[in-house]
Design a binder for this molecule. Sequence first.
Ligand SMILES: [Zn+2]
Length: 299
Amino acid sequence: MDKHSDSMKKYLDNGEKLAEEFPEESLNCLRKFREAALRNLGKRFDCESENPQITFSKLRKHIPARFYYYLEHIQSMGNYGSHFQEDGVDPSVEDARYCAYAGQEVLQWINPESFEDPVGKKDVFIGNIVDAVPCLHCEQPIGNDCVKKDGRPTATNCEHTIRKKAYAKYRRNFQKHYNTTIADAMHEMVTDVGLKTGEFIEPKEIRNWFDENYPAYTENAVNCHSMMMATNLKTRYSHPTSKNGNDKYNLFFAEKRKFRLYDMENDPTPGQFGIRLPPVAGSPEADKLDANPWQDDED
Ligand SMILES: [Zn+2]
Protein backbone atom coordinates (compact mmCIF):
# COMPACT_ATOMS: atom_id res chain seq x y z
CA MET A 1 0.00 0.00 0.00
CA ASP A 2 1.15 3.55 -0.68
CA LYS A 3 1.36 6.10 2.14
CA HIS A 4 -2.10 7.54 1.44
CA SER A 5 -3.62 4.10 1.66
CA ASP A 6 -1.65 3.46 4.84
CA SER A 7 -3.28 6.41 6.54
CA MET A 8 -6.68 5.33 5.20
CA LYS A 9 -6.08 1.92 6.72
CA LYS A 10 -5.06 3.41 10.06
CA TYR A 11 -8.29 5.41 10.36
CA LEU A 12 -10.37 2.49 9.13
CA ASP A 13 -8.82 0.08 11.65
CA ASN A 14 -9.54 2.52 14.46
CA GLY A 15 -13.06 3.07 13.19
CA GLU A 16 -13.67 -0.67 13.15
CA LYS A 17 -12.26 -1.15 16.64
CA LEU A 18 -14.41 1.62 18.10
CA ALA A 19 -17.62 0.72 16.28
CA GLU A 20 -19.00 -1.71 18.87
CA GLU A 21 -18.50 0.43 21.96
CA PHE A 22 -18.09 3.99 20.80
CA PRO A 23 -20.04 4.50 17.58
CA GLU A 24 -19.66 8.27 17.73
CA GLU A 25 -15.85 8.12 17.92
CA SER A 26 -15.90 5.44 15.29
CA LEU A 27 -17.80 7.70 12.88
CA ASN A 28 -15.31 10.44 13.62
CA CYS A 29 -12.40 8.15 12.63
CA LEU A 30 -14.25 7.16 9.50
CA ARG A 31 -14.76 10.80 8.62
CA LYS A 32 -10.95 11.14 8.69
CA PHE A 33 -10.75 7.96 6.64
CA ARG A 34 -12.89 9.65 4.03
CA GLU A 35 -10.67 12.74 3.99
CA ALA A 36 -7.63 10.52 3.41
CA ALA A 37 -9.55 8.67 0.70
CA LEU A 38 -10.34 11.94 -1.07
CA ARG A 39 -6.65 12.96 -1.03
CA ASN A 40 -5.70 9.54 -2.35
CA LEU A 41 -8.31 9.42 -5.10
CA GLY A 42 -7.83 13.10 -5.94
CA LYS A 43 -4.15 12.41 -6.68
CA ARG A 44 -4.89 9.22 -8.50
CA PHE A 45 -7.40 10.83 -10.86
CA ASP A 46 -5.61 14.15 -10.97
CA CYS A 47 -8.56 16.15 -9.69
CA GLU A 48 -7.42 17.19 -6.22
CA SER A 49 -8.61 20.60 -5.09
CA GLU A 50 -7.93 22.56 -1.88
CA ASN A 51 -11.61 22.22 -1.10
CA PRO A 52 -12.34 18.53 -0.43
CA GLN A 53 -15.96 18.99 -1.53
CA ILE A 54 -14.78 20.05 -4.97
CA THR A 55 -12.42 17.08 -5.14
CA PHE A 56 -15.34 14.86 -4.20
CA SER A 57 -17.70 16.21 -6.84
CA LYS A 58 -15.00 15.85 -9.49
CA LEU A 59 -14.48 12.24 -8.46
CA ARG A 60 -18.09 11.56 -9.42
CA LYS A 61 -17.13 10.78 -12.97
CA HIS A 62 -13.98 8.81 -12.14
CA ILE A 63 -15.09 6.28 -9.57
CA PRO A 64 -17.85 3.66 -9.77
CA ALA A 65 -21.14 4.87 -8.30
CA ARG A 66 -21.09 2.40 -5.42
CA PHE A 67 -17.91 3.92 -3.96
CA TYR A 68 -19.17 7.44 -4.45
CA TYR A 69 -22.29 6.57 -2.45
CA TYR A 70 -20.21 4.89 0.26
CA LEU A 71 -18.05 7.97 0.65
CA GLU A 72 -21.09 10.21 0.61
CA HIS A 73 -22.72 8.14 3.34
CA ILE A 74 -19.58 8.10 5.50
CA GLN A 75 -19.46 11.87 5.21
CA SER A 76 -23.11 12.33 6.17
CA MET A 77 -22.84 10.01 9.15
CA GLY A 78 -19.53 11.60 10.18
CA ASN A 79 -21.23 14.98 10.24
CA TYR A 80 -24.19 13.53 12.09
CA GLY A 81 -21.91 12.00 14.71
CA SER A 82 -19.92 15.17 15.26
CA HIS A 83 -22.69 17.77 15.31
CA PHE A 84 -24.49 16.88 18.50
CA GLN A 85 -26.99 14.71 16.62
CA GLU A 86 -29.48 17.26 15.36
CA ASP A 87 -32.44 15.06 16.24
CA GLY A 88 -31.06 14.05 19.62
CA VAL A 89 -30.64 10.39 18.73
CA ASP A 90 -27.16 8.94 19.23
CA PRO A 91 -25.52 7.13 16.33
CA SER A 92 -25.90 3.36 16.68
CA VAL A 93 -23.46 0.48 16.53
CA GLU A 94 -25.14 -0.45 13.24
CA ASP A 95 -24.49 3.03 11.84
CA ALA A 96 -20.81 2.74 12.65
CA ARG A 97 -20.58 -0.86 11.43
CA TYR A 98 -22.13 0.00 8.09
CA CYS A 99 -19.75 2.93 7.60
CA ALA A 100 -16.80 0.69 8.49
CA TYR A 101 -18.05 -1.84 5.96
CA ALA A 102 -18.37 0.92 3.33
CA GLY A 103 -14.82 2.07 4.14
CA GLN A 104 -13.52 -1.47 3.82
CA GLU A 105 -15.08 -1.78 0.37
CA VAL A 106 -13.47 1.50 -0.72
CA LEU A 107 -10.04 0.54 0.61
CA GLN A 108 -10.21 -2.86 -1.10
CA TRP A 109 -11.17 -1.26 -4.36
CA ILE A 110 -8.22 1.15 -4.19
CA ASN A 111 -5.76 -1.58 -3.16
CA PRO A 112 -6.95 -4.84 -4.69
CA GLU A 113 -3.43 -6.28 -4.48
CA SER A 114 -3.49 -6.09 -0.67
CA PHE A 115 -6.58 -8.26 -0.33
CA GLU A 116 -7.07 -11.84 -1.24
CA ASP A 117 -9.53 -12.19 -4.11
CA PRO A 118 -12.02 -14.94 -3.17
CA VAL A 119 -12.44 -15.65 -6.87
CA GLY A 120 -9.50 -17.48 -8.49
CA LYS A 121 -8.28 -16.52 -11.97
CA LYS A 122 -9.71 -19.65 -13.53
CA ASP A 123 -12.93 -19.84 -11.52
CA VAL A 124 -16.07 -19.93 -13.63
CA PHE A 125 -19.30 -18.43 -12.30
CA ILE A 126 -21.91 -21.11 -11.67
CA GLY A 127 -25.39 -19.95 -12.59
CA ASN A 128 -27.39 -22.11 -10.19
CA ILE A 129 -27.32 -21.95 -6.46
CA VAL A 130 -27.22 -25.69 -5.74
CA ASP A 131 -24.04 -26.27 -7.71
CA ALA A 132 -22.34 -23.12 -6.45
CA VAL A 133 -22.63 -23.12 -2.65
CA PRO A 134 -23.47 -25.63 0.11
CA CYS A 135 -26.32 -25.09 2.58
CA LEU A 136 -25.23 -24.48 6.15
CA HIS A 137 -28.82 -24.81 7.37
CA CYS A 138 -29.77 -28.32 6.23
CA GLU A 139 -26.10 -29.21 5.81
CA GLN A 140 -26.33 -30.30 2.19
CA PRO A 141 -23.09 -30.13 0.22
CA ILE A 142 -22.62 -28.48 -3.17
CA GLY A 143 -24.61 -30.40 -5.79
CA ASN A 144 -27.39 -31.52 -3.41
CA ASP A 145 -30.78 -29.83 -3.16
CA CYS A 146 -31.80 -28.40 0.21
CA VAL A 147 -33.98 -30.79 2.20
CA LYS A 148 -37.12 -30.00 4.18
CA LYS A 149 -37.81 -31.26 7.70
CA ASP A 150 -39.68 -34.24 6.25
CA GLY A 151 -36.61 -35.13 4.23
CA ARG A 152 -37.97 -34.17 0.83
CA PRO A 153 -35.99 -31.79 -1.41
CA THR A 154 -37.14 -28.17 -1.58
CA ALA A 155 -38.44 -26.77 -4.86
CA THR A 156 -36.15 -24.60 -7.01
CA ASN A 157 -35.91 -21.04 -5.62
CA CYS A 158 -37.12 -22.29 -2.24
CA GLU A 159 -33.65 -23.08 -0.91
CA HIS A 160 -32.91 -22.04 2.67
CA THR A 161 -32.29 -18.35 3.26
CA ILE A 162 -28.76 -18.98 4.51
CA ARG A 163 -27.92 -20.65 1.24
CA LYS A 164 -29.51 -17.85 -0.76
CA LYS A 165 -27.44 -15.32 1.14
CA ALA A 166 -24.28 -17.34 0.54
CA TYR A 167 -25.09 -17.43 -3.16
CA ALA A 168 -25.70 -13.66 -3.24
CA LYS A 169 -22.24 -13.20 -1.72
CA TYR A 170 -20.75 -15.64 -4.22
CA ARG A 171 -22.32 -13.63 -7.04
CA ARG A 172 -21.11 -10.32 -5.62
CA ASN A 173 -17.56 -11.63 -5.39
CA PHE A 174 -17.62 -12.44 -9.07
CA GLN A 175 -19.15 -9.10 -9.93
CA LYS A 176 -16.36 -7.33 -8.06
CA HIS A 177 -13.79 -9.57 -9.67
CA TYR A 178 -14.87 -8.32 -13.11
CA ASN A 179 -13.44 -4.97 -12.11
CA THR A 180 -15.66 -3.11 -14.56
CA THR A 181 -19.17 -1.67 -14.54
CA ILE A 182 -22.19 -2.87 -16.49
CA ALA A 183 -22.17 0.43 -18.39
CA ASP A 184 -18.54 -0.08 -19.43
CA ALA A 185 -19.23 -3.72 -20.28
CA MET A 186 -22.09 -2.54 -22.49
CA HIS A 187 -19.57 -0.52 -24.54
CA GLU A 188 -17.28 -3.53 -24.63
CA MET A 189 -20.19 -5.57 -25.99
CA VAL A 190 -20.83 -3.04 -28.77
CA THR A 191 -17.17 -3.22 -29.84
CA ASP A 192 -16.99 -6.97 -29.45
CA VAL A 193 -20.01 -7.73 -31.63
CA GLY A 194 -18.96 -4.98 -34.06
CA LEU A 195 -22.27 -3.14 -33.96
CA LYS A 196 -22.28 -0.51 -36.70
CA THR A 197 -24.26 2.72 -36.92
CA GLY A 198 -27.80 1.96 -38.05
CA GLU A 199 -27.58 -1.76 -37.30
CA PHE A 200 -30.05 -3.24 -34.84
CA ILE A 201 -29.35 -5.51 -31.91
CA GLU A 202 -32.02 -7.40 -30.02
CA PRO A 203 -32.32 -7.38 -26.23
CA LYS A 204 -31.84 -11.12 -26.29
CA GLU A 205 -28.52 -10.81 -28.14
CA ILE A 206 -27.30 -8.39 -25.47
CA ARG A 207 -28.32 -10.79 -22.71
CA ASN A 208 -26.59 -13.66 -24.47
CA TRP A 209 -23.37 -11.69 -24.77
CA PHE A 210 -23.46 -10.93 -21.04
CA ASP A 211 -24.17 -14.58 -20.25
CA GLU A 212 -21.03 -15.49 -22.16
CA ASN A 213 -18.79 -12.76 -20.81
CA TYR A 214 -20.13 -11.54 -17.46
CA PRO A 215 -22.54 -14.23 -16.24
CA ALA A 216 -22.57 -12.96 -12.65
CA TYR A 217 -24.48 -9.84 -13.67
CA THR A 218 -28.17 -10.56 -13.28
CA GLU A 219 -30.43 -10.56 -16.29
CA ASN A 220 -32.48 -7.86 -14.63
CA ALA A 221 -29.45 -5.57 -14.19
CA VAL A 222 -28.44 -6.07 -17.83
CA ASN A 223 -31.98 -5.32 -19.03
CA CYS A 224 -32.22 -2.19 -16.88
CA HIS A 225 -28.87 -0.92 -18.13
CA SER A 226 -29.66 -1.37 -21.78
CA MET A 227 -32.89 0.56 -21.26
CA MET A 228 -31.23 3.23 -19.14
CA MET A 229 -28.53 3.65 -21.79
CA ALA A 230 -31.11 4.18 -24.53
CA THR A 231 -31.50 7.92 -24.96
CA ASN A 232 -35.23 7.76 -25.72
CA LEU A 233 -36.66 5.43 -23.09
CA LYS A 234 -38.59 6.36 -19.95
CA THR A 235 -36.16 4.44 -17.74
CA ARG A 236 -33.84 7.47 -17.95
CA TYR A 237 -36.27 9.73 -16.13
CA SER A 238 -35.94 7.75 -12.96
CA HIS A 239 -32.26 6.86 -13.26
CA PRO A 240 -29.88 9.42 -11.74
CA THR A 241 -26.87 8.00 -13.60
CA SER A 242 -28.10 9.64 -16.77
CA LYS A 243 -28.04 13.08 -15.18
CA ASN A 244 -24.35 13.75 -14.83
CA GLY A 245 -23.98 14.52 -18.50
CA ASN A 246 -21.66 11.58 -19.09
CA ASP A 247 -21.87 10.60 -22.75
CA LYS A 248 -21.11 7.06 -21.75
CA TYR A 249 -24.79 6.59 -21.00
CA ASN A 250 -25.94 7.83 -24.40
CA LEU A 251 -25.26 4.56 -26.13
CA PHE A 252 -28.50 3.33 -27.66
CA PHE A 253 -31.64 4.45 -29.35
CA ALA A 254 -34.62 2.13 -28.98
CA GLU A 255 -36.75 1.40 -32.02
CA LYS A 256 -39.07 -1.47 -32.94
CA ARG A 257 -38.27 -3.30 -29.69
CA LYS A 258 -34.63 -3.34 -30.65
CA PHE A 259 -31.62 -1.15 -30.09
CA ARG A 260 -29.31 0.66 -32.45
CA LEU A 261 -26.44 3.01 -31.63
CA TYR A 262 -27.46 6.53 -30.66
CA ASP A 263 -26.71 8.90 -33.52
CA MET A 264 -25.72 12.22 -31.98
CA GLU A 265 -26.29 14.21 -35.19
CA ASN A 266 -29.66 12.87 -36.24
CA ASP A 267 -31.39 11.56 -33.11
CA PRO A 268 -33.25 13.76 -30.60
CA THR A 269 -31.43 15.08 -27.50
CA PRO A 270 -31.08 12.32 -24.89
CA GLY A 271 -33.67 12.23 -22.12
CA GLN A 272 -32.32 12.95 -18.67
CA PHE A 273 -33.04 12.15 -15.07
CA GLY A 274 -36.07 14.04 -13.79
CA ILE A 275 -36.60 15.87 -17.05
CA ARG A 276 -39.39 14.70 -19.25
CA LEU A 277 -38.76 15.63 -22.88
CA PRO A 278 -42.12 16.74 -24.19
CA PRO A 279 -42.85 14.59 -27.24
CA VAL A 280 -44.98 16.20 -29.94
CA ALA A 281 -48.46 14.76 -29.48
CA GLY A 282 -49.34 12.15 -32.04
CA SER A 283 -45.79 12.01 -33.40
CA PRO A 284 -43.90 8.73 -33.67
CA GLU A 285 -41.67 10.09 -30.86
CA ALA A 286 -44.64 10.18 -28.51
CA ASP A 287 -45.13 6.44 -28.99
CA LYS A 288 -41.45 5.65 -28.93
CA LEU A 289 -40.95 7.30 -25.57
CA ASP A 290 -43.46 4.97 -24.04
CA ALA A 291 -42.27 1.93 -25.90
CA ASN A 292 -40.66 -0.74 -23.81
CA PRO A 293 -38.54 -2.95 -26.01
CA TRP A 294 -38.62 -5.75 -23.45
CA GLN A 295 -42.34 -6.24 -23.48
CA ASP A 296 -43.48 -9.50 -25.05
CA ASP A 297 -39.88 -10.42 -25.23
CA GLU A 298 -39.90 -13.20 -22.70
CA ASP A 299 -38.71 -16.46 -24.10
ZN1 LIG B 1 -30.73 -25.95 2.94
